[in-house]
Design a protein around this ligand. Structure first.
Ligand code: 5BU
Length: 258
């Protein structure tokens, strides 16, 4: 299953182009780190992306938190992604009826479908949302990560909900690339499991976020990719911090294969 296979060997288990590309990238670049670039201006996010770019497989954005967003931002971020060889995930957590989510995805100020390889989606509304988003991807290499569990204290998600989210992904493997989760929700090697709530300096943030280490996330809980925000963005040297998180997460992954 997923946990005992290398990223490289998992490429052959799926025809989803984006999953194949990300697995190859992780294997070749030897990183399973996603940095959550949660900073307030376009310049700060781009500067961070340039610094951490060599150490990451994925950069995660919250583009609606950027105060000075213009169409220049995704253009420049895409250039950095190409230069440093990482993919981009907009953590929008779509959660409406398919028609509305699809409009939010493909139009409006952000035009997310034109630049984000991956987006996050709440499965709550049902699978019409996935087919609607997938239609708007219009043949581009695009995909969704389904929120199967959350890292925050008091999260209302129950095991039966998580199991239903996994079933939904299994029914839509052309667009569902995997899960945001806190445990090994699926052993299917086609699906990526990404885990936020990873820090080496904090255990909580006072607003519900709960942290564990990269070793715990990858080795014990079964994450493929660890997502680190403030552990990197608030470090004195974000590039050095990203390198450390990447090394620790990738070592834990190699250890898992033994
Ligand atoms: P942090 O600074 O490392 O706590 O940032 C974590 C990021 O992951 C942040 O962008 C959140 O929006 C995101 N996140 C999360 O923390 N927990 C979840 O369950 C999900 C997303 Br889904």
């Amino acid at each position: 299953g997923r946990l005992s296979m290398s990223f490289g060997d998992r490429v052959a288990t799926t025809s989803q182009p984006l999953v194949r590309r990300l697995l190859r990238l992780m294997e070749e670049k030897r990183t399973n780190l996603c940095v959550a670039a949660d900073l307030g201006t376009a310049r700060d996010v781009l500067q961070l992306a340039d610094k951490v770019g060599p150490h990451i497989c994925l950069l995660k954005t919250h583009v609606d938190s950027i105060s000075d967003f213009t169409a220049e931002f995704p253009k420049q971020l895409t250039e950095l992604a190409e230069r440093h060889n990482f993919l981009i995930c907009e953590d929008r957590k779509y959660g409406d009826i398919g028609s509305t989510s699809a409009d939010q995805y493909s139009s409006g100020l952000f035009s997310v479908s034109s630049w984000a390889h991956l987006v996050t989606v709440h499965a709550l509304p049902g699978d019409g949302q996935l087919t609607a988003l997938s239609d708007r991807a219009a043949g581009a290499e695009r995909g969704a990560l389904l929120v199967a569990e959350m890292s925050s204290k008091g999260c209302l998600v129950q095991p039966a909900y998580t199991a239903a989210v996994v079933k939904m992904a299994e029914a839509h493997p052309y667009f569902a690339c995997g899960f945001i989760a806190q445990s090994s929700v699926s052993s299917d090697p086609r699906f990526l499991v990404l885990t936020p709530g990873v820090s080496l300096v904090s255990t909580a943030d006072g607003h519900g976020q709960q942290y564990s280490s990269p070793e715990r996330a990858v080795g014990e809980r079964g994450a493929d990719v660890v997502i680190v925000g403030r552990g990197v963005t608030r470090a004195e040297d974000p590039a050095a911090a990203a390198r450390e998180y990447a090394q620790r997460a990738f070592s834990a992954y190699l250890q898992r294969l033994k």
